[in-house]
Design a binder for this molecule. Structure first.
Ligand SMILES: [Zn+2]
Length: 365
């Protein structure tokens, strides 16, 4: 069963096998699982933490219970809705995914930040320049379901509809990659209804502590940035990634996710992170925007996601920008204000608030 997506910003694929157009599926499956967790949590479902050191916080298929009755549901008693689909100990993922894209190119990024400077260090760390690639064009996803589970493809279609409207797919979504157009998308509300119908609650609750992203805390600012606002001045060009590919596109530079998060080239605008930091200080900023600093335990994923600027088709004159997050509403409002000071003619085209979506309302501005 196939689903074809069109990339609006490239898909981050990392190192890729040059001899084929096959993509690494792990990044795609990981992001689909991540979104399914977010959505099921938002709908009030109990979701495990497959990375937890505490075994009680993880799901496991109960092989003994199953052996007694030969009823699969008895084995699945302690398994959360996400693991039912994506697998856990002794319970295989219900599908195989094969993915390919029509085009792939070596990754590059131009920046005003000089080699040896902090941002250049950070960028090289994030993008592990070298053999990194991005994929774009048509993204073909082929799902093969285990026998008896073919009807679950409906959940996958709903999930991909939600991801294409609310966020991005694949690795490094916080840095602008993986915005897609989904021709066969159903509405977000219909998608949520399908996921809700399919949630089968596990037995005892997992009682997780800690903050996990949930659709309850979600917000989206879908914006239009006119051409005049997208002109940045890239002065002293430094390139992270592949120099040869950069030279091909050198005359077409645009601010990307990194610039919007950190600093617009050639302007006094500080970017979302720095604006937030000036007001709230270092530690709260790390909590909201993430950090690579410190020990493994201190490292933190961003709760704010910023796309690159993109067009839905070549004929469009302006650009689209998608910014979304999992924070309180004050932070969402501050980010909206920062965007407006960064791009003076930006228009918020569509705003979605997770709680309203869960109540069956989709708000357009
Ligand atoms: Zn689970």
């Amino acid at each position: 069963m196939n689903i074809t997506l069109k990339t609006l910003t490239p898909l981050w694929t990392g190192g890729v096998d040059q001899t084929s157009d096959r993509l690494h599926e792990t990044g795609l499956i990981g992001s689909l699982r991540w979104w399914y967790e977010v959505i099921v949590r938002g709908l009030g479902g109990d979701v495990c933490d497959p990375t937890s050191d505490n075994l009680e916080h993880r799901c496991q298929f109960d092989a003994k219970a199953y052996e007694k009755t030969k009823n699969v549901e008895d084995g699945l008693i302690g398994v959360c809705p996400v693991c039912r689909l994506f697998g856990c100990t002794s319970w295989k993922r219900r599908f195989e995914l094969q993915a390919s894209a029509t085009r792939s190119e070596p990754f590059w990024l131009a920046t005003n930040d000089k080699q040896g400077g902090f941002n250049h260090w950070w960028l090289s760390k994030i993008y592990k320049s070298g053999n990194s690639h991005v994929a774009f064009g048509e993204l073909m996803l082929i799902f093969r379901w285990m026998r008896g589970y073919e009807s679950q493809h409906e959940i996958m279609k709903a999930l991909l509809s939600l991801v294409s409207q609310l966020g991005a797919i694949g690795a490094k979504p916080q840095y602008g990659f993986g915005i897609v157009h989904n021709e066969s998308s159903i509405s977000a509300i219909e998608g949520l209804a399908i996921v809700r119908q399919n949630i089968i609650e596990p037995g005892p609750k997992k009682a997780l502590s800690g903050a996990y992203p949930s659709l309850r805390d979600y917000w989206l600012l879908q914006c239009i940035v006119p051409e005049q606002d997208a002109n940045s001045q890239f002065a002293a060009l430094n390139v992270v990634g592949d120099l040869q590919t950069f030279r091909k596109y050198q005359s077409l530079l645009l601010p990307v996710s990194f610039d919007i998060r950190y600093k617009l080239p050639g302007s006094n605008e500080m970017g979302l992170r720095q604006s937030y930091r000036l007001k709230h200080g270092k530690m709260p900023t790390r909590r909201v925007f993430g950090t690579l600093k410190g020990s493994e335990r201190d490292k933190r994923a961003s709760t704010v996601f910023v796309s690159h600027l993109y067009k839905k088709n070549e004929a469009e004159t302006g650009y689209h920008l998608r910014v979304w997050g999992f924070t309180n509403s004050d932070t969402a409002r501050e980010i909206e204000a920062s965007l407006k000071s960064m791009f003076s003619h930006i228009k918020v085209d569509r705003k979605i608030i997770g709680t309203e979506l869960l109540d069956g309302r989709e708000v357009s501005v």
